[in-house]
Structure formats: structure tokens, C-alpha cells
Ligand binder design. Sequence first.
Ligand SMILES: NC(=O)c1ccc[n+]([C@@H]2O[C@H](COP(=O)([O-])OP(=O)(O)OC[C@H]3O[C@@H](n4cnc5c(N)ncnc54)[C@H](OP(=O)(O)O)[C@@H]3O)[C@@H](O)[C@H]2O)c1
Length: 349
Amino acid sequence: MKEQNGYHIAVVGATGAVGKQMIQTLINENFPIRKLTLLSSARSAGKKVDVDGQEYIITEAKPESFEGVDIALFSAGGNVSKELGPEAVKRGAIVVDNTSAFRMDPNTPLVVPEVNEAELHQHNGIIANPNCSTIQMVVALEPIRQRFGLKKVIVSTYQAVSGAGAAAVEELMEQTQSILNGQAYDPKILPVKSDKNHYQIAFNAIPQIDMFQDNGYTFEEMKMINETKKIMDSPELQISATCVRLPVAVGHSESVYFEIESGDISANDIKALLKDAPGIVLQDDPENQLYPMPANCVGKNEVFVGRIRKDLDEDLGFHMWVVSDNLLKGAAWNSVQIAESLVKLGLVK
Ligand SMILES: NC(=O)c1ccc[n+]([C@@H]2O[C@H](COP(=O)([O-])OP(=O)(O)OC[C@H]3O[C@@H](n4cnc5c(N)ncnc54)[C@H](OP(=O)(O)O)[C@@H]3O)[C@@H](O)[C@H]2O)c1
């Protein structure tokens, strides 16, 4: 019955950078929608938005908003998820949460469908969508882990400002214009809105994403480390990360060094494996200068991999370059993909 009529979907944070992409992705993917409820804070309540030629009015997210909702896609910040996620579950909805609120909760599956779709069977109402930079890396690493084993990962990221929300994109655009016009500017958002200092992002690189932790790593770096171990169910994996913000609007890039467990493996073996792996587009032809770049991956769901080469000293070590649209595979598409998997596996009541 549900399949014929579709599902009642709620998008929480519908006016945000991720929320807007979620709505567009639901439409692009032809997700079976019976009813669409678009929620935000009181600030945007009453705003009219056009979805596929139909006008919708944004309403304020409240516990009662989730009556009759089948699947609620949350991307309105961790506090909103903590407060309203359980309220949605109480009313019978399955929550797919884009924030870090429940990711490390042992009772909440943290899912990238290409890697651990089966974890969805364990859900208790809430499913966590991993951090954007983690998602694209695990999609690229999982086929390698499955075939050759994975001992060690060292990742450096080159992340787009849209990862910090719509206001950060605006800051990059306005600042760039001010600098080009020789006008003064006053950074207010990056690297972290709530931190003490704010720095220029235009024509710059900022080695801080999220707040510093006591161990000297940022929270973004610790998210990549802890989430990767959880998604791959590999607590013993040696992994460290350095996360850097660049003046790119959309599309995260990553330089990933990894060591396999064993095997006499060439870079071509890795390329052959990733060429046919789910969710991956291999773009690796140095002779013709073919490699992934954020400008070419915007608006695409896949993870793009290139520059695969063997380390010059470590026989089991390799390097690769991984790029993806952080608002799509890093957020909206992965969430909608989870919703599609829930439907496919018969897990939506
Ligand atoms: N950007 C990314 O690449 C990315 C990737 C993965 C996960 N995420 C996560 O997704 C969340 C949203 O990110 P974003 O980039 O879309 O941020 P954003 O552009 O700043 O949008 C925030 C959204 O949350 C809504 N909101 C804020 N406070 C609310 C409240 N009290 N109740 C209901 N809605 C509220 C806002 O509504 P108003 O219009 O009313 O303010 C807006 O729709 C964050 O937790 C972020 O960590 C982001």
C-alpha cells in the first residue's frame, strides 16, 4: 500500500545548504513521496519554496510536526537532532540524521550504503549519516580493505566552505569580492563560527575545521578517525587525519595514503579494483592529465578517485586522490540513499 502511495517525508533544515540539496535529490531520484513536510527554525517559517513546480510553505520544526511522518531527514544542527530526533521516533518516523549528534552512539548505525548497508537492520529509529569527508574516503577505501586488508590510513583533506553551511559560502563570495575591490572585510564565520578568532578564507588555506580537542586534533579530524573505524568495524585500524579548509565553494578533496595488510600488489591492481567498485568513478590517466577535481564533481553523486600510485619506500603503501560533492554524497545523496535502502529492505513500516 505504502509503495503505491509513497511515503510521508519530512526534511528538517529545509532552508539550509544540505536541506535544499536533500529536497532536490529526493526529486532527482524520483523517491516515492506521498507527502513532503519542510521544516526549519521560526526564522524561516512561512517562507514559500518551489519544489518541482509545486509551492510549499516552510513551517517551524516542533515535536507535533512529525505526526504521520514515515522518514525524517535531519540537517539542522546537532542540538535540533538531539531534541527533535527522539520526538520524531516516538511518533513512528525513522530518522536519518546528518549531524554528529548520534554518530558514535553504539546503538545507532552509522551508514554508507556502499560499505555497510546491512547495519540498517539494527536500527532503533535513528540512523546516522557520517561526516562528509569520512563518507567519500570510506567509499574509496572499502573495496581495498575487503580485497587486500587495510592496516594504516593517513589522510589530508582540502575541504570546501559549503561544509560549514550556507553562511560560509556567502562569506567566501563577499570576502573575495571585497579583497578584489580593495575594500575592508570582517571574517565572522570561518574557521568555526563559535570559536574566538575568525580568519580570511579567500586566497587562503585554514588548517582548522571544527574545534580543537585536548589531543591537538580538531573535532573534524577525530570524526574522520572514529567514524571510519566504526563504519568499517575496524577498531584496530591505524588512522590519522589533517583537515584543511580551502576557498572552494563545493567539493571536498582528499590526499589519502593507505597501507594494505599483505600482497604483491601494483597501482594497476588498485585501479582495476576501484574501476568496478560501487559508487566510484575512476579518473586516473596522468598522460592525458585526467584526475578528479572539485569543479568537475559538483552536482554528481559519485566519489571520484585518481592519482593512484605506489609509495616509493613502503611496499604495501599507496597514495590516491579522492574528490566528491560534499553536499551530495557527503550529505544529501547519502541520506536519500539510506532512505532508498530502508525502503528496499522493507524496514519502513
Ligand atoms: N554542509 C555540509 O557539507 C554538511 C555535510 C554533512 C552534514 N552537515 C550537517 O548538517 C547540518 C546542517 O548543515 P548546513 O550546511 O545545511 O547548515 P546551514 O546552511 O546553516 O542550514 C541550517 C538549517 O538548519 C535550520 N535550523 C537552524 N536552527 C534550527 C532550529 N532550532 N530548528 C529547526 N531548524 C533549524 C535552518 O533554518 P533557518 O532557515 O530557519 O535558519 C537551516 O534550514 C549541520 O549539523 C552540519 O554539520 C553538513
